[in-house]
Write a protein that binds this ligand. Structure first.
Ligand SMILES: C[S@@+](CC[C@H](N)C(=O)[O-])C[C@H]1O[C@@H](n2cnc3c(N)ncnc32)[C@H](O)[C@@H]1O
Length: 720
């Protein structure tokens, strides 16, 4: 601020900044009724009218009242709109702010205008010293904080209204979400500096700059998305105490949490409340409205952790380009408690109470949200909330202690935990078994693609040829706006035959347990079918949740090729087909691919090829177990076996121990006798009769059954 008078100075940057910042709150209030602005939805929230008044009070109490002989606009307002400043005397309790029907909204707006007038005069005097200049800038940033609080509180109010009204036609301040980059960025750590170094404005809690020691770590390049969160819910995230901190679990139970705040599930899937009303949850959008406890539990489920605030700040300072949506989407929970930095000194004077006195029992969030005012956020900014609070625009970004290649998706870690549990359970049985779904890590999926091109492996070629023949006829029955849902989609190669035959599909939902295969396939399909909506779901098709919301209103078409149904035990197959029918709805169609019973010599050759690719695919289970759960298998000591089991009409893959041995996983010793096997996959071979019987037992009707030339496979069209 200049020392001379600035009355005639049209381009005074302080005045311009003041006017711009002060215009925002009335702008946000425009179109809202006096009733909207008077109500208080919960003790943590304040009425809009209160924000309009308090942010004006701040300039009056911190700056204008500093002038000797200052006469307040209305002394009563000093009490009504003091938030938490003990030094400034009495105040209305926070939870009673909604009771202030007086002053009226008009009177509050008049108060605002009067403060604007007085502040403009104060600015034009140009007599501010360094401390007052700081308070002035603090007042602007304070006002910007209340712009975001206004939106948070308004959303909470609208969400509590039975009418769930839209506060605005479109959410204010939204900008396109930056596309996901995938993966994690690795940092060496060491002795690094964080905190405010004194240049430019910062709140007192951001300084001083100081050194911290960081171990090597990895920070996710992307925010956790709604789709990831749905995976957490579907995996029982809110029902598994082992994932939660004790206080968090107590809160889950006391509050009955089953999803992020504002989420609701109905027949069409998840919806959430936004400032533009209730809308479907977009699986690709960053998750919002989760507490620290939920962020922490999700991280544990994903086999990751939350970053510390020092890790977050160091990473974003060093390599801002590595991260999508570091700012401008959601505040990101960190593992750091809100505490003073070494050498912290609160701002002198009344504003000493601004930050420092809250430094207990809260957690730090970094970044900024879509509702944060432009120019308000900084890399060193420390936002803070209590761990159970979730009405702010808050989400998370995962961290890990290292960044091996497998750390590419939020779901990997949770998958590893399930793999460990499942494999240990299977190896503890007699005879030993492993679910075939674990064959498909990134390498397993790649090997399976190699298998499909082997001369001995007829099923893929035969099925693709048959599909080319029937797809145009069957696709004619899909109807408008249909959604193709593929189970175990792998490389989504056969899908293209269906997509070509049904060019007006509304959406394609590939579901696969292999995140890497799914990612790659979804990207390739997206490249080649640019106008198709693709909603990939990583997960186990044996534990089906809900389809992504808003995919299309037409028929759901299940697609389950590759004779993957043959991998399931009969009970599993029935349960799966029933669950799929429930997921796809009463109007659904289902295209099922099966392999037909045939000469065992042809079958054995297909599962034990001369080039040894199927053997590598089978043994890769042990490689995966060694890498992901440190199982310590001697992979070369296991032989691949492909066996025809006539009684069960199935091909079986086994891994046979060629010598006596033992492995130890998590303190459990698992012994193998020589010749003992792990049964890794069954592939049931069907007949038309057994397909019809299975479909009918599962609540489907076979409306078409087509088989191809030898070696034959078949496709069945089922109707719900
Ligand atoms: C035999 S491949 C078939 C791939 C493709 N549909 C085809 O026809 O070529 C089986 C696929 O199902 C996936 N898969 C196996 N079990 C699964 C499960 N329980 N949940 C989800 N995906 C699974 C595997 O990752 C793999 O991509």
């Amino acid at each position: 601020m200049k020392a001379s008078s600035r009355e005639s100075d049209q381009t005074d940057p302080d005045l311009e900044a003041f006017e711009a910042v002060r215009a925002a709150l009335p702008g946000l209030a425009q179109g809202l009724s006096a009733e909207d602005l008077a109500a208080q939805s919960m003790p943590d929230c304040s009425p809009g009218k209160w924000h309009l008044a308090h942010s004006s009070w701040f300039f009056e109490a911190m700056i204008l009242a500093d002038t000797p002989g200052y006469a307040p606009v209305d002394p009563r307002l000093q009490t009504l709109f003091n938030s938490y400043y003990e030094a400034l005397g009495a105040r209305v309790e926070r939870h009673e702010r909604g009771l202030m029907t007086r002053p009226s909204l008009d009177e509050v707006m008049a108060y605002r205008r009067e403060i604007d007038r007085r502040m403009t005069a104060w600015l034009s005097e140009g007599r501010a010293d360094a401390r007052q200049r700081y308070l002035f800038t603090l007042g602007l940033h304070h006002e910007q904080q209340h712009q975001e609080l206004f939106l948070m509180d308004l959303l909470n109010l609208m969400a509590r209204s039975p009418l769930e009204p839209a506060a605005y036609e479109v959410e204010p301040r939204t900008r396109p979400v930056e596309p996901a980059k995938g993966g994690f960025s690795r940092f060496e750590g060491g002795l690094v500096e964080i905190g405010h170094d004194g240049r430019g404005f910062a709140f007192d809690n951001e300084g001083p700059a100081h050194r911290v020691w960081l171990e090597p770590y990895a920070l996710a390049n992307d925010l956790v998305a709604n789709g990831d969160w749905i995976g957490f819910i579907q995996d029982g995230g809110y029902t598994r105490a082992e994932l939660w901190l004790s206080d968090g679990w107590a809160t889950v139970k006391a509050e009955g949490w089953e999803a992020p705040l504002y989420w609701r599930r109905d027949d069409n899937g998840w919806t959430t409340m936004t400032l533009a009303g209730r809308t479907p949850v977009d699986p690709a959008a960053p998750v919002r409205h989760i507490s620290f406890y939920e962020a922490d539990a999700f991280s544990r489920w994903a086999g990751k952790r939350l970053p510390t605030e020092a890790e977050w700040e160091h990473a974003v300072r060093c390599r801002p380009e590595a991260f999508s949506n570091a700012f401008g989407e959601v505040w990101q929970w960190t593992a750091s408690g809100y505490a003073p930095y070494p050498g912290f000194r609160p701002t002198e004077g009344t504003a000493a109470e601004y930050n420092g006195k809250f430094m207990a029992n809260q957690m730090v969030l970094r970044g900024s949200s879509f509702a944060t005012a432009e120019g308000h956020a900084r890399v060193g900014y420390r936002n803070f909330f209590y761990p159970q609070q979730r009405w702010a625009f808050m989400g998370l970004r995962l961290a890990g202690d290292t960044a091996p290649a497998s750390l590419t998706r939020a779901t990997d870690g949770g998958e590893t935990a399930r793999f460990r549990r499942d494999l240990l359970a299977g190896l503890s049985r007699s005879p030993k078994v492993a679910s075939p779904k674990w064959l498909y890590d990134a390498e397993g999926s790649r090997l399976f693609e190699d298998i499909t091109r082997l001369p001995e492996y007829y099923p893929t070629r035969q099925e693709a040829a048959l599909l080319r023949e029937v797809a145009p006829r069957w696709a004619a029955r899909f109807g408008p706006d249909a959604v193709l849902v593929e189970f175990g989609s792998g490389a989504s190669e056969k899908t293209r035959i269906v997509l070509d035959a049904a060019p007006d599909l509304a959406a394609y939902v590939p579901i696969d347990i292999s995140a890497d295969a799914l990612d790659l396939a979804a990207r390739r399909v997206a490249e080649d079918y640019p106008s198709l909506r693709i909603e990939p779901l990583v997960g186990d098709f044996l534990h089906l949740g809900a389809l992504p919301a808003g995919t299309g209103s037409g028929r759901r078409i299940g697609f389950f090729p590759g004779s993957t149904i043959g991998n399931l035990e009969r009970d599993e197959a029935v349960a799966f087909l029933k669950a799929a029918r429930g997921l796809l709805g009463d109007d659904a169609l289902f295209v099922l691919g099966v392999d037909l019973a045939k000469d065992p010599a042809v079958l054995v050759a297909a599962y034990d090829d001369a080039a040894g690719v199927t053997a590598a695919f089978n043994r890769n289970l042990l490689v995966r177990a060694n890498r992901e759960i440190g199982a310590g298998f001697d992979v070369d000591a296991f032989a691949h076996r492909a066996v025809w089991n006539a009684a069960a009409s199935r091909m079986e893959m086994h891994l046979e121990a060629t010598r006596e041995m033992a492995i130890e996983v998590e303190g459990r010793r698992i012994a193998f006798a020589r010749g003992e096997t792990i049964h890794t996959e069954s592939s049931r071979k069907y007949t038309e009769a057994s397909v019809r019987e299975l479909a009918e037992a599962s609540g489907w009707r076979v409306t078409a059954f087509e088989s191809g030339p030898a070696p034959s496979v078949a496709l069945a069209l089922l109707e719900a």
